[in-house]
Design a protein around this ligand. Structure first.
Ligand SMILES: C[S@@+](CC[C@H](N)C(=O)[O-])C[C@H]1O[C@@H](n2cnc3c(N)ncnc32)[C@H](O)[C@@H]1O
Length: 243
């Protein structure tokens, strides 16, 4: 079944304050599930217990906050190009006692303001589909990652089987009903995220063209897909091993 053409519907940072506040509240519980998945992967990969971790496109910061709870000796930087998102992410940080180990920074993930090899792990969720050329970001990830560092970058998979599309439509409808009326028609939402997301062949192409490609594997699943260390045969079409 051919994959529908990509539609660039969510380009760049999320800036609308009303929508950001809605996203902050709404994303908390899915983010918790995502954080459990990420924590299990970080343990399995053996990320250094006192390592420095960068989350690109951290949004309201739920992922780094949950991970900071799971890994008490790690330090986290949440980076996002939206100051509005970061303001939401910073709320309550001090009360949670995380302000010494978690910091948030406004910057473009395609121009990371860090020296080479600054991080033991780079993670990212649901952000690649906001970029027109993810190769630039993947090269930056490779640059700021320590030689023995780890990467886990996940996003939605546009090549979702057609039979599952009604679930996305339903989730989009429910999420939109929960929004303040003023932002109900904003393009951001489940359906448009899937329309803007990359398909497996596109991700393989980005890895092939990026310096990061030589040190990661690629894992497609129905609803999502991810890139992670260590390298596996990224460019063959056989089913990848379970991550
Ligand atoms: C769909 S949200 C995902 C947020 C969070 N990772 C999550 O899973 O809930 C995508 C985030 O990427 C940010 N973003 C978009 N383009 C970016 C860029 N070039 N550099 C850094 N962040 C970016 C947006 O502002 C937004 O907060």
């Amino acid at each position: 079944m051919p994959v529908r053409p990509r539609q660039m519907l969510e380009e760049g940072p999320i800036l609308d304050p009303l929508f950001v506040e809605h996203y902050r509240r709404f994303a908390r519980w899915p983010s918790k599930a995502g954080a459990r998945w990420m924590a299990a992967k970080m343990r399995a990969l053996g990320v250094a217990p006192a390592g420095r971790v960068l989350d690109i496109g951290c949004g309201p910061g739920w992922l780094v906050r949950f991970l900071a709870g799971h890994f008490p000796a790690m330090r986290f930087v949440g980076l996002d190009a939206s100051l509005v998102m970061l303001a939401a992410a910073m709320r309550g940080l001090r009360e949670e006692g995380l302000d010494g180990r978690v910091s948030f920074l406004a910057a473009d993930g395609q121009r990371l303001p860090f020296p080479d090899a600054a991080f033991d792990a780079v993670i990212s969720g649901a952000t690649l589909h906001h970029l027109n050329d993810p190769v630039v970001l993947l090269n930056e990830v490779d640059r700021v990652l320590a030689p023995d560092g780890h990467v886990i970058i996940s996003d939605l998979n546009r090549a979702l089987p057609r039979a599952l599309w009604p679930l996305v439509v339903g989730a989009d409808w429910v999420e939109r009903q929960c929004r303040p009326a003023a932002v109900r028609r904003l393009p951001e939402g489940f359906i448009n995220s899937y329309r803007a997301a990359y398909a497996p062949e596109e991700i393989r192409g980005f890895l092939e063209r990026s310096t990061l490609g030589r040190r990661v594997g690629y894992y497609p699943r129905w609803f999502q897909h991810w890139i992670q260390t260590p390298p596996t045969p990224v460019f063959n079409r056989e089913r990848c091993p379970r991550g």
